[in-house]
Write a protein that binds this ligand. Structure first.
Ligand SMILES: C[S@@+](CC[C@H](N)C(=O)[O-])C[C@H]1O[C@@H](n2cnc3c(N)ncnc32)[C@H](O)[C@@H]1O
Length: 386
């Protein structure tokens, strides 16, 4: 099968590395997607383990079409009745980039007509559509005249890990949080800190990474479980083999935040599973935290002053920079933000700046190396920063 892993902007390289670690050596990189070949076992394995993928799509077929009638004809001739049953509800999502097919909704409608007509001609009945809760989801991709029909193996996005029931303000996508951690290279070998942890997405993802817990450990459902060829024994085997790699953590994960409400909710999630017992959280201002050991890693996602409005954003970023520099000497600190003017107030020169998106917001994920002896490089005059 040709499998497409859909991911976030800027994640192509880290996702390729992750797939390599899962045993997939040949990959082709596209914009926000990685393509590779695999069988059903591979498909189950990547769905269960990938932290950096949103969805895995399987290509059913591709063809060339010059207009809607050709599109309809080609799709009608596929044996849909072998793929799913009349009792199953289906949905079609399309992406169209073409002069001949200008309306993606119209293309989806044509595809839907072809499938429904085929069922009606073969069985006398038609399956129904459900956009909100489909059993089978198709993706129709049209680029100029090249049409590709794909089947969604994942269903609800993989960022839904299933380990959390309560959600507070501005939670970050678990896929983004896992990606931030992948960029730092963290695998659990040093103490980890999020000094503005909010609802704790970065902390939970770090805890799973540190212990090699598969991203799907808590998740109950994938859409491939509704396919006619679903093999529950194979899925159990994949889960068992993946879970075999779970290990004990050797270091701790520390979270802190000014908001008592956030920390209270976090404590509930932490108490809900043993894997989270390596996380320790407390209510604190970022300036009041000091490290528990000589070396460690900090990843923070401060307010951007966008969805969460705060009094003096520049002062907050200056305070974060000071805490990095003076409290966390010898540590590595990373910060993601879309507020570029405020980021200058951190007052440290980033050794790396990675362009990413948090939702629709263009961000930079900056790395600050806080090694001893570099205090001279602490830039008092923020205007020197770009
Ligand atoms: C964008 S949210 C973090 C979201 C988090 N990454 C998540 O996944 O939920 C920023 C957090 O910074 C916290 N915060 C704001 N000022 C702070 C300060 N001076 N010290 C510590 N935390 C602070 C807020 O309470 C908020 O929870």
């Amino acid at each position: 099968m040709k499998i497409i892993a859909k991911t976030l902007y800027g994640f192509e390289e880290i996702l390729t590395n992750e797939l390599n670690e899962l045993g997939i050596s040949e990959t082709i990189s596209h914009n926000r997607a990685i393509e590779f070949e695999g069988d059903l076992e591979t498909l189950y394995k990547v769905n269960y383990n990938s932290r950096l993928t949103i969805k895995f799509l399987v290509e059913l077929f591709n063809f060339t079409a010059n207009d809607e009638d050709e599109l309809y004809d080609f799709i009608y001739h596929y044996e849909w009745e072998k793929l799913f049953g009349l009792e199953q509800k289906f949905a079609i999502f399309s992406t169209v980039n073409s002069d001949d097919f200008t309306h993606s909704k119209y293309a989806s409608l044509k595809m839907k007509d072809a499938i429904v007509d085929r069922f009606r001609d073969k069985t006398g009945k038609r399956p129904s559509i459900s956009i909100d809760d489909p059993d089978i989801t198709f993706n129709l991709h049209i680029s100029n005249n090249e049409v590709s029909v794909l089947l969604d193996s994942t269903g609800e996005s993989l960022h839904k890990r299933g380990y959390r029931s309560k959600i507070l303000d501005a939670p970050m996508s678990e896929v983004l949080a896992a990606g931030l951690i992948a960029f730092t290279g963290y695998k659990g070998e040093v103490d980890f800190y999020d000094l503005m942890c909010g609802s704790g997405t970065i902390l939970f993802e770090a805890a799973l990474i540190a212990q090699n817990v598969p991203s799907g450990y808590f998740r109950k459902h994938y859409q491939f479980m509704k396919w006619k060829d679903f093999n529950p024994k194979l899925l159990e085997k994949v889960k068992k083999e993946s879970n075999y790699n779970i290990k004990k953590a050797s270091k701790y994960i520390y979270g802190s935040d000014l908001s008592k409400k956030s920390i209270d909710v976090l404590r509930e999630v932490i108490a809900s599973h043993d894997f989270f017992s390596i996380i320790s959280v407390k209510v604190s201002d970022i300036s009041q935290i000091s490290p528990h050991s000589e070396k460690g890693l900090i990843v923070i996602n401060p307010p951007y002053d966008d969805r969460l409005r705060i009094e003096n954003i520049d002062e907050l970023y200056r305070k974060a920079g000071k805490s990095f520099k003076f409290n966390f000497e010898n540590h590595d600190a990373w910060m993601i933000s879309s507020n570029f003017p405020a980021m200058k107030f951190v007052g440290l020169k980033p050794s790396k700046r990675i362009k990413l998106f948090n939702g629709n917001l263009e961000c930079r994920f900056n790395h600050y190396e806080l090694f001893k002896g570099k205090r001279k490089e602490h830039i008092e005059n923020v205007s020197e920063q770009e």
